[in-house]
Design a protein. Structure first.
Length: 115
């Protein structure tokens, strides 16, 4: 069993930045591909970014390429999502995910970008 706890969300103006963190419990974290998803108000949850177990490979949704950067620190069982040049359409609840199976989810952290 793996537990994921996100933090770092908040309210920011358009053009601003936020850094999300996700701390994982469990001894298998360093071998897990991890991902971020988000759910905008009234929309389905969508993929944002993914990172391989070593941190050497990343993948991003077209909507965030060039603005978001995902990274990880396996010594601290933590993944990060650096979000720059934020837009109002980036507003939503951001979820940390283990790219399963097994598939684990955090409780989410709210990001609100005002125009």
């Amino acid at each position: 069993q793996v537990q994921l706890v996100e933090s770092g969300g908040g309210l920011v103006q358009a053009g601003g930045s936020l850094r999300l963190s996700c701390v994982a419990s469990g001894r298998t974290f360093s071998r897990m591909t991890m991902a971020w998803f988000r759910r905008a108000p009234g929309k389905a949850r969508e993929f944002v970014a993914r990172i391989g177990w070593s941190g050497g490979s990343t993948d991003y949704a077209d909507s965030v390429k060039g603005r978001f950067t995902m990274s990880r620190d396996n010594a601290k069982n933590t993944v990060f999502l650096q979000m720059n040049s934020l837009k109002p359409e980036d507003t939503g609840v951001y979820y940390c995910n283990s790219w399963g199976p097994p598939n684990y989810w955090g409780q989410g952290t709210q990001v609100t970008v005002s125009s």
